[in-house]
Design a binder for this molecule. Structure first.
Ligand code: HEM
Length: 459
């Protein structure tokens, strides 16, 4: 379906020109377009300047790579050209960890990924599917008929509780606010760099940090006191406690604390944002809503089906995949350039900040006809548009850091949205409401987006 891709690899040709600069406003550069309409802006740049260009945003300058060739070039790199350290290194240091997965490159990263593979797998989540659904049912029971709720806030709380229970064997309810403040402050100050470092010395952040660490210590202590056995299966935390680092030494306590927070860091916003978009899209398409409701009424009545069978709920599965395409919450992958390279006739020097727009392909009609349309038929045979080859459907990015929890994410989305539609009938506050995407800092539904509970249904 796609044309062969020629990847230009080293040696980098310094005689080639640098990527073209996209014109912008004095001082602000391209910041407004990037913040307010990032996908549309990157599409326009891609069509005008090709698959590599420079943008500026206030005092920052980024190389941007976009399109299928860019995704495939990025996918084949083994953390040699593109490094995660410049981006997440300070984040890891704030946590006191030298083994923080997202900040690692090369062999030490591959080693830690193997350590965490089982804990972040769908099969690791398998014993907890009914718990995920029960937590959803219990949340829905608290909503009076006719009431409204803020989708993003509600879903953040729900998925955080689900992740705590399923991946760390501990409720995170009491620590939710602290986890949210801690992670969003670190992201905004150290990764996105849109808030001042001063925030890290204020009591709000420091108190949140102390509470988050208290949570992580509690989880580790419980796992040390009650090792897995007849009572429970081993989980991510047990695997971390038993692991050795790349040098063959047991993980330091700070590494363990940081890794215990990992599921929340990786899953809280990504899942809550996707869930918000997914419910919105389903409500905008009554035929999809009716089809999913019929599926979950039939298949969830005696408990959640095993994860292997969930894709058999074809409409629920297709709506999940189509949401990940049409409303990608991680459409950009930021990195530092560690080694010079040449791409599409341009030379890129090391030391620069780069953004790979992994989600741009989702909006190219050659891969997804009528790309802005939410259409679950794309994934139902014979179309199967999510299966066209590497780098075309890329909601979890590509390359060595591609989402380790992608399987968990899809199962958790299907179980939670399925359980929600089984428990209550929902509607938009107004039928003509159009969703607004905000950078939070990941793209997500406007925090003011509200849902109304029309009536309770099951169970
Ligand atoms: C819709 C939901 C999700 C999306 C779109 C998503 C997307 C991503 C992306 C794009 C990355 C790569 C980040 C980078 O390279 O800079 C990533 C990494 C990761 N994700 Fe997810 N994620 C989702 C949910 C989850 C969940 C629920 C978990 C587990 C609880 C999870 C665990 C991880 C882990 C551990 C990594 C780090 C992998 C590494 O650095 O090698 N993710 N995710």
């Amino acid at each position: 379906m796609t044309s062969p891709v020629l990847l230009e690899t080293a040696p980098a040709d310094t005689a080639l020109p640098p990527p073209p600069q996209v014109p912008g406003w004095p001082f602000l550069g391209n910041a407004l377009d990037f913040l307010n309409r990032p996908i549309e802006f990157f599409l326009e740049c891609y069509h005008s300047y090709g698959p590599i260009f420079h943008i500026s945003a206030a005092n920052q300058r980024f190389v941007v790579m976009a399109g299928l060739e860019a995704n495939r070039f990025f996918a084949q790199d083994k953390d040699e050209i593109f490094s995660s350290e410049p981006l997440f290194g300070e984040f890891a240091r704030q946590m006191g960890s030298s083994n923080f997965l997202v900040a690692q490159d090369g062999a030490p990263h591959r080693h830690m990924r193997k350590v965490m593979q089982r804990g972040y797998s769908k099969s690791g989540l398998a014993p907890h599917l009914d718990t995920l659904a029960d937590l959803t049912y219990r949340t829905a029971q608290t909503w009076p008929e006719g009431s409204t709720f803020f989708a993003r806030d509600t879903f953040q709380r729900l998925v955080t509780e689900q992740l705590g229970t399923a991946l760390t064997n501990h409720s995170s309810k009491e620590h939710f606010e602290a986890i949210r403040i801690y992670l969003s402050t670190l992201l905004n100050v150290l990764v996105i760099k849109r808030q001042p470092k001063l925030l890290l010395s204020l009591p709000r952040y420091k108190n949140a940090r102390a509470k988050v660490m208290e949570f992580a210590r509690l989880v580790l202590q419980e796992h040390r006191d009650q090792p897995p056995g007849d009572e429970r299966d081993p989980d991510l935390i047990d695997d971390l406690l038993a692991a050795l680092d790349w040098n063959g030494d047991p993980l330091q306590e700070d590494d363990l604390l940081a890794a215990t927070i990992g599921p929340f860091f990786a899953g809280m916003d990504t899942l809550a944002n996707t869930m918000g978009f997914m419910i919105y899209a389903i409500l905008k398409h009554p035929e999809v809503y009716a089809a999913i409701q019929a599926e979950v009424d039939e298949h969830f009545a005696d408990g959640v089906p095993p994860w292997r069978d969930l894709p058999k709920l074809q409409n629920l599965y297709a709506a999940t995949i189509e949401t990940l395409r049409r409303y990608p919450v991680t459409p950009f992958t930021p990195r530092g350039v560690a080694k010079p390279f040449t791409f599409a006739g341009h030379y890129v020097a090391p030391g620069q900040d780069i953004i790979i727009v992994n989600g741009l392909t989702h909006f190219l009609p050659e891969f997804f006809p009528d790309p802005w349309r939410f259409d679950i038929q794309r994934y139902i045979p014979p179309r199967k548009e999510h299966n066209q080859g590497l780098g075309i459907f890329a909601p979890y990015t590509v390359g060595p850091h591609t989402c380790l929890g992608a399987g968990i994410a899809e199962v958790q989305l299907m179980v939670t949205v399925g359980a929600l539609l089984r428990a209550v009938r929902l509607e938009l506050e107004s039928p003509d409401y159009e969703i607004v995407t905000k950078l939070l800092p990941l793209p997500g539904p406007d925090p003011k987006f509200k849902l109304r509970v029309v009536e309770h249904r099951n169970p």
